[in-house]
Design a protein. Structure first.
Length: 190
């Protein structure tokens, strides 16, 4: 069974696009007239989603405006994934918890925007990718004083600046919301 079939079997809707521009256009159209919150994500930044969504939606993103409180009440939440297993599990790491909590509960619809570079063969490799590729790159980008920011490898540290406070595995779509995985056949984010 392939990635698409596994995600559908787990309750997700699934769409895929060849380019980030096509995916962004799809998402902007799907969210027109709605309140939309964005999770911290290099993928979403590379796609220009905040700017695109602002044209037809009320958009909250703490990277662009002080909107964490407003983001909790948005009808739509858009995030990425640190890893997506071909078996259908989605893995995310978060330092603050706002991004992963919003992907689980509180919004009518959640969109996971995923570049094909984040696909792994199974859950153990997705877990490994999140901890040893995405987290070290994000810690370095944020200027965190952690061992992984220095050498690019997870040390399972307890550093006060650790960005791995919460690690989630979505085994299935949460029952409280609609959830859509959007796969882009490009390399996006970490």
């Amino acid at each position: 069974m392939g990635l698409k079939e596994n995600l559908i079997r787990r309750g997700y809707d699934f769409v895929e696009f060849d380019t980030k521009e096509d995916a962004a256009s799809y998402l902007c159209n799907a969210c027109a007239g709605k309140t939309v919150a964005l999770g911290g994500s290099v993928t979403l930044s590379e796609m220009g989603l905040y700017e695109g969504l602002q044209k037809s939606s009320v958009c909250f993103w703490h990277w662009k405006n002080d909107s964490l409180a407003d983001a909790r009440t948005a009808s739509v939440y858009v995030t990425s994934a640190n890893a997506l297993a071909e078996t259908g599990e989605i893995v995310n790491i978060d330092g603050n918890g706002n991004r992963v909590s919003s992907s689980i509960f509180g919004h009518e619809t959640v969109y996971f925007m995923v570049g094909e570079n984040k696909i792994t063969s199974d859950l153990p490799s997705a877990w490994d990718r999140a901890r040893n590729i995405a987290a070290p790159k994000n810690a370095a980008r944020l200027g965190k004083n952690t061992p992984c920011a220095a050498d690019g490898v997870c040390h399972d540290c307890q550093s006060p600046q650790c960005i791995c406070s919460v690690i989630t595995v979505h085994r299935r779509k949460p029952s409280s919301c609609n959830a859509v995985v959007i796969l882009v056949h490009e390399s996006l984010g970490y």
